[in-house]
Design a protein around this ligand. Structure first.
Ligand code: MN3
Length: 227
């Protein structure tokens, strides 16, 4: 079965005034649809046509002769993830274990937002800014063009599309204003928390165990026991 454009999880004007109906209409209905259509044309009649989208992304990464498949598959996946990374009346603050982890790894929410914005502004040209889990730690990372954390073994929690088409109609060249609006009003922390749990995080027993284990390693006894 051909890959399908996922429906938006909200109405086209639900993210206004921070993301306009016009932007969402074009971004979802033209850009995202375009990646799906190109992917379907590229994989028709190949084994990739019957695979999960995520598998297509992971299996075609880094293969020069499959770069067109990778680019369109990754963009199809990234956009589906991006729509879920936003919510009407989003923003605010994460709760529960994710909030504690954000404090542990960034200090506080304001510092996280500042670093996320710096990363998004520092991404030269088209790409994406992500909150990911890397080895149990929350990290901010960026990718260029279609590249995606799932091609590199990282579990993303949130994404912001920083291609110009994501913000030019609403914020013109001001990527920083777009990132600010996204973090203040659109970011879907419930989606981030769900991804956090899917990655095996957020279980208080596991986290307590991890803290004990890290303290043990920091004491030097951990290394000694491995020798
Ligand atoms: Mn886009």
């Amino acid at each position: 079965m051909a890959f399908q454009l996922p429906e938006l999880p909200y109405a086209l004007d639900d993210l206004e005034p921070h993301m306009s109906r016009r932007t969402l209409t074009l971004h979802h209905g033209k850009h995202h649809q375009g990646y799906i259509d190109k992917l379907n044309a590229l994989v028709e009649g190949t084994a990739y046509a019957d695979r999960e989208l995520r598998e297509v992304v992971q299996e075609t990464c880094g293969q020069p002769d499959l770069s067109a498949v990778f680019n369109n598959a990754a963009q199809a996946w990234n956009h589906a993830f991006f729509w879920l990374s936003m919510a009407p009346r989003g923003g605010g603050a994460p709760e529960g274990e994710l909030a504690l982890r954000l404090e542990r790894d960034f200090g506080d929410l304001a510092t996280f937002k500042q670093r996320f914005k710096e990363a998004a502004l520092g991404q030269f040209g088209a790409g994406w800014a992500w909150l990911v889990i890397d080895g149990g730690r929350l990290c901010i990372t960026t990718t260029s063009n279609a590249d995606t954390p799932i091609a590199h073994g990282l579990q993303p929690l949130l994404a912001i599309d920083v291609w110009e088409h994501a913000y030019y109609l609403d914020h013109q060249n001001d990527r920083g204003a777009f990132v600010d609006a996204s973090l203040e009003h659109l970011v879907n922390w419930e989606f981030a928390a769900a991804n956090f749990e899917d990655a095996g995080e957020g279980n208080w027993k596991a986290n307590r165990y991890r803290e004990v284990r890290e303290a043990f390693a920091d004491s030097g006894l951990g290394e000694q026991s491995q020798a």
